[in-house]
Design a binder for this molecule. Structure first.
Ligand code: ADP
Ligand code: 5GP
Length: 228
């Protein structure tokens, strides 16, 4: 791999109160960016009509979830609205060591668990709706949830919103196009972080050697093309 571009993969974590637009942005990012894959969680929640098993989630029963958890096969897990969710460990570790980026759609509790283990690999983004009225309108528009379920999601949102300052980046999803460009900018900038690019040491050493040679010679002749 080219040492200038070679790097360890990063974990891009997108968290938001329900109805802020996280699924929409996740879908767009996966469509537009080829070098990032979604971490597909396991969940005990029933599948919604528009969801595909193994694409949106691995839908499993509670017994299997508990077995995976006991066996240490989950990087993190949480209980949300009475259902279990968790991140399978192996696919994430394989992707990161192969230099591939992984996108996570997980809740605040999951982010906290990951931060205790792999903070250096993470870039965390908290997405907010522009207002509660708009958030409710979006949840209603999605139409897959009933009023009681929307109220439960808003209660969780109230708890989660207090954790906003734990995140590296905050996006307000007022205009979808702008929020998407901002999310993309975060991904691109995070890829260039110094700590993800240990292979650049060889280039730095070469630049330093060449500069020493030029400076020791005290002349530019023989270095680079001559001026016209
Ligand atoms: P979340 O995954 O955060 O719960 P979704 O991505 O499912 O939210 O979005 C909820 C609804 O709001 C969807 O119908 C989506 O099309 C819509 N939506 C998302 N972002 C915007 C936006 N910036 N403006 C208007 N509607 C939006
Ligand atoms: P939903 O049921 O709407 O798909 O997801 C409910 C919540 O569970 C969302 O906040 C989502 O981010 C979170 N979630 C989904 N998968 C995981 C996971 O693997 N771990 C954790 N901690 N949260 C998850």
């Amino acid at each position: 791999m080219d040492p200038v571009t070679a790097r360890r993969g990063l974990m891009l974590i997108l968290t938001s109160p329900s109805g802020a637009g996280k699924s929409t942005l996740t879908r767009q990012l996966l469509q537009e960016e080829t070098d990032i894959a979604l971490s597909v969680s396991v969940t005990t929640r029933p599948r919604r009509k528009d969801e595909i098993d193994k694409v949106h989630y691995h839908f499993i029963d509670q017994q299997r979830f508990l077995r995976m958890r006991e066996a240490g096969e989950l990087l993190e897990w949480a209980e949300v609205h009475g259902n279990f969710y968790g991140t399978p460990r192996q696919p994430v570790e394989d992707a990161l060591s192969a230099g591939k980026d992984v996108l996570f759609d997980i809740d605040v509790a999951g982010v906290r668990q990951l931060a205790e283990m792999v903070r250096e690999d993470m870039a965390t983004v908290f997405l907010l709706p522009p207002s509660v009225a708009e958030q409710i309108a979006r949840l209603r528009r999605r139409a897959s949830d009933e009023e009681a379920s929307i109220l439960r999601r808003l209660k969780t949102a109230r708890d989660e919103i207090g954790h906003w300052s734990d995140f590296d980046y905050i996006l307000v999803n007022d205009d979808l196009g702008r929020a998407f460009s901002e999310l993309r900018a975060i991904l691109h900038a995070e890829r260039l972080k110094q700590r993800r690019r240990p292979k650049l040491e060889a280039l730095i050493a070469q630049l330093a050697d060449d500069l020493d040679r030029v400076l020791d010679a005290g002349s530019l002749s023989g270095f680079g093309p001559s001026p016209p």
